[in-house]
Design a protein around this ligand. Structure first.
Ligand code: SF4
Ligand SMILES: [Zn+2]
Ligand SMILES: [Zn+2]
Length: 159
């Protein structure tokens, strides 16, 4: 995620009054890590125009007593980004993120091995997974290092 606030990239959509645009903005807000805070601020400050925190102008009218969205539960992607964008550290979400990163590396490593043996990327992934690379990846890496060394020697002899 580049910006935790998707609306900053396309603010017109959040101030459009076209039904389709409002629906689109609401949907994007619902996947925004700051939805709960954003909706709360808009209601508390009685912001009249635009879609905020997934609530439309109409939904935020005080007489409608808008029900505010709850913050994402810890241990989810939204909660992780919510903490990050607020500069908070949450043990549960950090552990969730570390497990996600590890699972992703494991998936990528499996894909490398499925190419029919070891690869240089596979070697790096083993190391990132803090494990001893398999013999096939070690061999590919050894050859890559050897070739690089030969190229350096050849370049030096030409200089
Ligand atoms: S929830 Fe708020 S910050 Fe997030 S996209 Fe919607 S308007 Fe922007
Ligand atoms: Zn958390
Ligand atoms: Zn391997």
């Amino acid at each position: 995620m580049t910006s935790p606030r998707p609306c900053t990239a396309e603010p017109e959509l959040w101030f459009s009054t076209l039904k389709a645009d409002v629906a689109k903005a609401v949907k994007i807000c619902q996947a925004c890590p700051l939805q709960a805070e954003c909706a709360q601020t808009a209601v508390e400050q009685n912001i009249r125009w635009g879609t905020w925190g997934g609530l439309t102008e109409k939904q935020r009218q005080p007489r409608r007593k808008p029900s505010l969205p709850k913050p994402a539960e810890c241990g989810t992607q939204l909660a992780f980004w919510r903490h990050r964008s607020k500069g908070e550290t949450c043990q549960t979400c950090e552990a969730w993120h570390a497990a996600e990163v590890e699972a992703d590396r494991r998936r990528r490593l499996d894909a490398e091995h499925a190419k029919g043996g070891g690869t240089k990327t596979g070697y790096d992934l083993h190391l990132r997974l803090k494990e001893q690379p398999c013999s096939a990846c070690r061999e590919v890496n050894r050859l890559a290092c050897e070739n690089a060394r030969k190229r350096r020697v050849a370049a030096r002899s030409l200089a």
